[in-house]
Write a protein that binds this ligand. Sequence first.
Ligand code: 5GP
Length: 115
Amino acid sequence: MAEETIFSKIIRREIPADIVFQDDRVTAFRDIAPQAPTHILIIPNKLIPTVNDVTEADEATLGHMITVAAKIAKQEGIDESGYRLIMNCNKDAGQVVFHIHMHLVGGRNLGRLVE
Ligand code: 5GP
């Protein structure tokens, strides 16, 4: 059984977070340490520790995370200027919270990730 993280408490609204979207499958809230003018985390309500733990049964939810990300980007007014969606997996990617999350980052020029 995977161990719950602080994100489960945010989903259940047991600790404060600036939640910008929530439905029965996903929750989206502003990152506590934003790296850009818009920095929102989109997470499945179901606890999945890393991308390595995703199964075929999760595919609809992960697709929904992208749809939600695009809607939020529009709300934030960055859909045309652009943004980046990032999912970190394990140590080399710097994953610190083991409940998968998609970073939606934008509102400034992010530079190229890969040259
Ligand atoms: P990771 O490095 O695991 O991909 O990213 C974890 C992200 O979660 C970080 O950007 C960090 O700032 C954010 N974060 C960690 N704890 C909290 C919290 O309690 N509330 C919010 N809103 N964000 C958090």
